[in-house]
Write a protein that binds this ligand. Structure first.
Ligand SMILES: Cc1cc2nc3c(=O)[nH]c(=O)nc-3n(C[C@H](O)[C@H](O)[C@H](O)COP(=O)(O)OP(=O)(O)OC[C@H]3O[C@@H](n4cnc5c(N)ncnc54)[C@H](O)[C@@H]3O)c2cc1C
Length: 450
C-alpha cells in the first residue's frame, strides 16, 4: 500500500509525487487520461520555478526543449524586466508545459497509473480509499492535484468561493496555411492582444483570441477553424490562413480559491486549489511551489516526526500566496478591458511601472523570487537541496539526533535551510529552537551492540 495517493499527473501532481518520493515515501499517481499530455496550456516557467527545478536536477531534461530565455515577465502585457533580480536565472524560460511534466515524470520511481479517473473518495481515521477506474486504492493520504475542474473537490463538497467567469477566451494551437506578413519566428513576451501568434514545435502556432464572437458562444460550443480564422483575420488582416487546428479549448477569468487546502487526509494543490485568468503566467508556477511546500511537510507527517502544526502550515503558507496571485490577475484582467476607463487606469499603471522601484517590486512578485514565508528569511540559492529531501545545516555543528533529517555541510555562512530551500536560522543562538520548530524532536541515537 502506498503512503500517499496523488490524483492528477499534471505538473503539480507529478512534482508532489517527486518531492514525496525524494523524501523516501511510496506514492501512486492516478491520472484520468490514458496518455501523457502532448498539448500545453502554459508556455513559460518563472525564475523561482527554474531555481527549484535546477536544484532538484530536473532542469537538464527540460533545457533541450527551451525555445527562449525571456529577460522579462509581464503585467497585463506591460513588460516587467527581470534583469537585476537576485537569482541565477533572471529570465522566464519559454518552454511548453508538457515538456516540464514529462521531465518530472521521467524521474518518478513508481510509474503513473493512467486511465485511472478518480470517481470516489472515502476517508476514515486511518486513511483514504480512492476509487479510480472502478478499482479501490488505499493509502494514508490523498493529494488532490486534479486541476481546475477537480473531481476530488466536488466529491468532498469543498468550499471554493470566488467569482464566475465574465469573459471568454479561446486558446488554440494551429498550423497556418499562410502566415501574416512580418510574423516573428522567435519567441517574444506574450502580448495581451487577441490573436497573437507564437511559434511552437512541429510547425504549430499558439494563439489566444477573445473577440466579440467568443463572448457570444457558450463554453461547451466546440471551437472551429472558421471561428479562429475570423479572429486571426481581425488581428492580422486577410494574409493569415488557418490550415489545421491541432488543439483548442475555451477558458475564462473565473477566480476562485479553496477556503481550506486540507480536508482531513486530503490535501489540495495547484489548479485544484485555485483558479484564475492565466495572465502574467503564474498558474503553473503556483502549482509547482505548492508541491514543493507540501512535499516535505507531508513526508515528515507520514514518518511521524513532524512538529505540531507543520502539515497545517502548508495551508498557512500557501493560501496567502495564491490569494495574492488572484488579486494580481484580477487587476491585470481589468487593465486589459477595451474600455476608456480601463484604458485610463492602464495609462496610469504604465507610468508607475516606469519607476524602477515599482517595476522591481512587481518583478519580485511575478517571478516568485521575492517570496518569503513568515518565520523564514528567504531562499538560500547557494545551498543546493539534499538529494534525499533532508534539511541542510551549513557552517555549524549539528546537534546529536538530527542526522536522519538534516544534512550537515561546511560553509562560512551559518544557516539552517528547510527542504524547500527557505532559511529558518542564520547563525547565533536558536539553532535547537529552529530545528524543533520545523523538524520535530531529535531522535535518540540507537544503541550499538558490541
Ligand atoms: C491558455 C492558458 C495559458 C496558460 N499559460 C500559463 C503560463 O504561461 N504560465 C503559467 O505559469 N501558467 C499558465 N497557465 C496555467 C497553467 O497551465 C495551470 O496552472 C497548470 O496546468 C496547473 O497544473 P496542475 O497540475 O495543477 O493542473 P492540470 O495541468 O490541469 O493537471 C491536472 C491533471 O489531473 C488530471 N485529472 C483531472 N481529473 C482527474 C480525475 N478525476 N482523476 C485523475 N486525474 C484527473 C488531468 O487529466 C490532468 O492531467 C495557463 C493556463 C491556460 C488555460
Amino acid at each position: 500500500m502506498p503512503d500517499v495517493l496523488v490524483a492528477g499527473a499534471g505538473p503539480t501532481g507529478l512534482m508532489t509525487a517527486f518531492e514525496l518520493e525524494r523524501a523516501g515515501l511510496d506514492v501512486l499517481v492516478l491520472e484520468r487520461d490514458a496518455d501523457p499530455a502532448t498539448q500545453s496550456k502554459a508556455l513559460g516557467l518563472q525564475p523561482r520555478s527554474v531555481e527549484v527545478l535546477a536544484d532538484r536536477g530536473l532542469l537538464a531534461a527540460i533545457e533541450p526543449h527551451v525555445r527562449a530565455k525571456l529577460p522579462a515577465g509581464h503585467f497585463s502585457g506591460l513588460p516587467i524586466g527581470y534583469t537585476g533580480l537576485p537569482t541565477r536565472f533572471p529570465y522566464q524560460l519559454g518552454v511548453e508545459q508538457a515538456h516540464v511534466a514529462a521531465a518530472i515524470e521521467a524521474r518518478l520511481r513508481t510509474p503513473v497509473l493512467r486511465g485511472a479517473a478518480v470517481t470516489a473518495v472515502a476517508q476514515d481515521d486511518d486513511g483514504v480509499t480512492v476509487t479510480a477506474d472502478g478499482r479501490d486504492h488505499r493509502a494514508g493520504w490523498l493529494v488532490a492535484a486534479d486541476g481546475g475542474h477537480s473531481t476530488v473537490r466536488t466529491l468532498l463538497g469543498a468550499a471554493f468561493p470566488g467569482t464566475p467567469a465574465r469573459i471568454s477566451l479561446v486558446v488554440a494551437d494551429v498550423v497556418l496555411a499562410a502566415k501574416p506578413d512580418g510574423l516573428a519566428d522567435g519567441w517574444e513576451l506574450p502580448s495581451s492582444a487577441s490573436g497573437y501568434l507564437l511559434p511552437l514545435s512541429g510547425g504549430r502556432y499558439r494563439t489566444i483570441v477573445f473577440g466579440e464572437e467568443q463572448q457570444r458562444l457558450g463554453r461547451d460550443v466546440p471551437v472551429t477553424a472558421g471561428e479562429l480564422q475570423r479572429a486571426l483575420t481581425a488581428a492580422h488582416g486577410p494574409g493569415v490562413e488557418v490550415g489545421e487546428v491541432r488543439w483548442a479549448s475555451r477558458f475564462g477569468d473565473a477566480a476562485r480559491q479553496l477556503e481550506r487546502y486540507r480536508h482531513g487526509r486530503v490535501l489540495f494543490a495547484g489548479d485544484a486549489a485555485h483558479i484564475h485568468l492565466p495572465v502574467g503566467g503564474q498558474g503553473l508556477n503556483l502549482g509547482l511551489q505548492d508541491a514543493v511546500n507540501l512535499g516535505w511537510k507531508l513526508a515528515a507527517h507520514v514518518r511521524g516526526h513532524a512538529p505540531a502544526g507543520l502539515l497545517d502550515s502548508y495551508h498557512g503558507e500557501r493560501h496567502p500566496v495564491a490569494a495574492r496571485v488572484l488579486v494580481s490577475t484580477r487587476a491585470q484582467a481589468v487593465l486589459g478591458v477595451p474600455d476608456p476607463d480601463a484604458a485610463a487606469v492602464r495609462e496610469i499603471v504604465t507610468g508607475l511601472l516606469a519607476v524602477p522601484e515599482a517595476r522591481h517590486a512587481v518583478a519580485l512578485e511575478i517571478s516568485g523570487i521575492g517570496l518569503t514565508y513568515p518565520g523564514t528569511t528567504g531562499r538560500a540559492t547557494d545551498v543546493p537541496a539534499a538529494p534525499d529531501g533532508r534539511a541542510v545545516l551549513v557552517g555549524a555543528a549539528l546537534p546529536e539526533g538530527w542526522s536522519d533529517r538534516v544534512e550537515a555541510r561546511d560553509g562560512d555562512v551559518p544557516r539552517l535551510v528547510r527542504p524547500d530551500g527557505y532559511v529558518v536560522w542564520n547563525g547565533g543562538p536558536g539553532l535547537e529552537n529552529a530545528l524543533g520548530k520545523w523538524l520535530g524532536q531529535a531522535t535518540t541515537a540507537p544503541m550499538r551492540l558490541a
